[in-house]
Design a binder for this molecule. Structure first.
Ligand SMILES: [Ca+2]
Length: 106
């Protein structure tokens, strides 16, 4: 019984800290691009999928999310890249409200 409670507690702490970390980066992105919320919408899925394959628990980073992480979330430094390889630079996708990590969105 104690091990079940310990496992549940550790799982809850790890899950919440992971979700908190993601919110931190999402909020950093939204603060850096003040017009982004108007373009992508305010829903969690719409905003999280800027950097993740899909919204939900422990989602996988998409190509833009991986580039942002590699750049230590210095979004400015990856603006001129075309992370998803769809022929449109990241900054142009963000300005248009399309997804810089989704090659089918441009
Ligand atoms: Ca794209």
């Amino acid at each position: 019984m104690k091990s079940t409670i310990l496992f549940a507690t550790v799982f809850a702490l790890v899950s919440s800290s992971a979700a908190f970390a993601k919110m931190e980066y999402k909020n950093k992105f939204m603060a850096f691009y003040p017009d982004a919320a108007a373009k992508y919408g305010t829903g969690m899925k719409a905003q999280c999928t800027i950097c993740h394959e899909k919204a939900g628990p422990m989602p996988t980073l998409n190509l833009y999310g991986k580039a942002a992480k590699a750049a230590n979330f210095d979004f400015k430094s990856i603006e001129s890249l075309d992370s998803d390889g769809d022929g449109v630079k990241n900054i142009d996708e963000i300005t248009q409200g399309t997804y810089p990590g989704d090659k089918d969105s441009h």
